[in-house]
Every structure is written in C-alpha cells, then in structure tokens.
Design a protein around this ligand. Structure first.
Ligand SMILES: Cc1cc2nc3c(=O)[nH]c(=O)nc-3n(C[C@H](O)[C@H](O)[C@H](O)COP(=O)(O)O)c2cc1C
Length: 343
C-alpha cells in the first residue's frame, strides 16, 4: 500500500469510527434487513466480514425469531441486530425475545414506534434504531429517545418513501447528525457514494440490494440471476390504484407480478365497494400480499409472478461473491475516494 492509499484508509476509518463504535462492528456498514433474505447465513456472514448484519423478522412468530437469533449466534460471535416491523401484532413479545438473547440493537421499521415500544427495547439494554423519512420525524424520534436513525431514500429496494436519498441526506444530516448517529441507505452501490455520505456527516451506511447476491445469501438462484441481469431502470416502484387504499410503494424488478399486484388492488377495492371488508383489513390484505409474493420469488424462485424487490443499485450487482469480498470492495472504493481528495 502506498503512503497516499493509507491516508485514504485512515480517513475512512476515522469517519466510520463513531458508527462502528455504536454498532460494535469493525466498519460502519449495516446489511439492511431483507425479508426472507436476511436470515442466519447472510446476517452472520456480514457480521463476520466486519459489517453489521440485521435479521429481518417481518411476520415471524416469537418461536421462529427465537430460533433464528440462536442459529445466527451459532454462526457468529460478532454483534448483529434484529429488524422488527412496528405493526406486528406481537411486537412486545418479539422485543422480549430479543431481550432474552441479549440482542444489542433493534431496528424498528414500518412507521413510528408504537407507545411503550422504545421503552421496552431500552429496558432490555438494547439500542433502538428507527427510520426517519423526513426531518420533522427525525427530530421527533430523537426527542422520543431513539439512539440512531436510518435515512432511506426512494432508490432503495423494498418499501420506499417518496424522496430520494440525496435530498433526504442533505436535509437531515446537517441538522441532526451531531445528536445521534445517522446511517444513510438507498441506492448505494459503490464505496465512493459511502465516502460522500460520510463527508456529509453520516456515521455510516446501510445497503440491501448489494448483499442479495452474496454467496452466503440463501436467495434462490433464479432470484440472484434476475439481479445479475437487471439494470437500474428495471427496478420500478409499484403504483397505487385506489385513493382509498394507500399502498406504500414497493421497488422491485418489473415482471408479471406487478400486474398481479394491480389485480389484487382492484380485487380488494371491489371488496371495499361492496362493504365486504373494513379499511384496516383491506390494507392488511395488501401488506400480506407482499409477504407472500416476496417469499414466492426469494425462496421458490418464481421471479415472474413473485416480487423481486430490488433497489436501483441492482445494475451494480454484477457477480455472486462472498459478503466479505463485497464489504472489502466497498471499503477499498471509499478509501480510494478519500485518497483522491487528499492528493
Ligand atoms: C428484497 C428486499 C427486502 C427488504 N425487506 C425489508 C424488511 O423486511 N424490512 C426493512 O426494514 N427493510 C427491508 N428492505 C430494505 C433494506 O433493509 C435496505 O434498507 C435497503 O435495501 C437499502 O437500499 P438499497 O436496496 O438501495 O441498498 C428490503 C430490501 C430488499 C431489496
């Protein structure tokens, strides 16, 4: 390594120090929780690679989460987190499972934390990480005691908000990054982008799409192949059909499954018209649709009719390789970016 290269590496380590200390990891790169994909193997591989893996609990029962955490612990001695969805009916029991296992970090996704949930997580000794989709909500979450934030833009795979990562980062980082560690997510495919967000005050980053084709990921070979073939423009956001059925947009690869989702919305809207379902139930049916559709693609390999959730960075996923190689390459690119600035 040349002297100049080590300057870049040193700067990168320094910029990541706060985020890495918060996570207890070597580098401040979170593997964003991905339902069906982020299970024991990928989570442990990311943590063993020096990053921070996060289990996706999604709709798991307490028993399943209990087993998944135990199995992940058997594969890594390093810290990892658990992502819980706020609308899970057993949220409090899932928090208790995390507490029994001594999970150090709980990520709450899917909306503002319900009453009592932050306190319950903190009582277990764990740190709480929440998604901040706007500056006002970032401030509110900090006031309510969250320990760190994820700022995720609409370039990301999975459920998304309406604003891009670059705009959210500019709005939120200068205002709150001195108060809590902020991790930037959405559309990150290379280390240069990581260096950029660190420069803006981020404590670290969160990537999902980039880790789907890790060798350790259990995603079906068809799912991985779809990622390797796709370019940014293939990762499109779902469209809402009926104003009464607010659909949180989902970014996924364009396929026949998108048509099925439109048909599902039409069907549920029809049931609403006929008074056969209440609004809450109708919205729940739409959410359940996604859980089933993602499983169909990730586990069964039906990438035509299932949901191939993917972010716009999918075009930068070009080969299957170990999680450690992905983390090492991102770090090398980020260090090189800091080198160029130093030159
Ligand atoms: C297949 C897939 C499934 C996902 N599932 C979840 C989830 O269950 N919970 C969650 O909070 N985020 C989920 N995400 C979002 C990721 O955790 C992460 O924030 C996002 O992928 C980052 O953006 P990127 O895809 O551009 O790297 C998912 C993303 C993908 C691609």
């Amino acid at each position: 390594m040349t002297g100049v290269a080590s300057i870049g590496t040193e700067r990168l380590r320094r910029r990541m120090a706060r985020g890495a200390a918060f996570l207890g990891s070597e580098v401040a790169i979170l593997g964003g929780a991905m339902s069906w994909v982020s299970e024991r193997n990928l989570v442990a591989a990311i943590s063993n690679a020096g990053g921070f893996g996060v289990i996706a609990c999604w709709a798991m029962t307490t028993d399943l989460l209990d087993r998944e955490i135990a199995a992940t612990k058997a594969l890594t001695a390093r810290p990892f987190g658990v992502n819980l969805i706020t609308m899970h009916p057993d949220l409090m029991a899932l928090i208790a499972v995390c507490g029994r296992h001594g999970v150090g970090h709980v990520v709450l996704a899917g909306g503002l934390p319900p009453k009592g949930s932050l306190e319950a997580i903190k009582a277990t000794g764990a740190k709480v990480i929440c998604f901040a989709p706007a500056l006002s909500l970032a401030r509110k979450l900090i006031r309510s005691g969250v320990d760190a934030l994820v700022v995720e833009g609409m370039e990301a795979g999975g459920h998304i908000g309406p604003v891009s990562t670059s705009v959210l980062a500019q709005e939120i980082l200068p205002e709150v990054a001195d108060q809590v560690p902020v991790f930037v997510a959405g559309g990150i495919g290379r280390g240069e982008a990581i260096a950029g967000y660190l420069d803006m005050g981020a404590a670290g980053v969160q990537l999902g799409t980039k880790f789907v084709c890790a060798t350790e990921s259990i995603a079906h070979p068809h799912f991985k192949k779809a990622f390797l073939r796709a370019s940014a423009r293939d990762a499109v956001a779902s469209v809402q059909l009926d104003p009464r059925l607010p659909v949180i947009p989902v970014r996924a690869l364009r396929n026949a499954g998108g048509e099925l989702f439109t048909a599902k919305q039409r069907e549920v809207a029809g049931h609403l018209d006929e008074g056969r379902v209440a609004m809450a139930e109708a919205q729940l049916q739409i959410e359940h649709y996604w859980a089933g559709a993602l499983r169909r693609a990730v586990i069964d390999g039906d990438v035509e009719h299932g949901s191939v959730m993917a972010g716009q960075s999918v075009g930068m996923v070009t080969r299957e390789e170990p999680a450690a190689a992905i983390v090492a390459e991102l770090m090398a690119e980020a260090a090189a970016a800091f080198d160029r600035r130093a030159a």
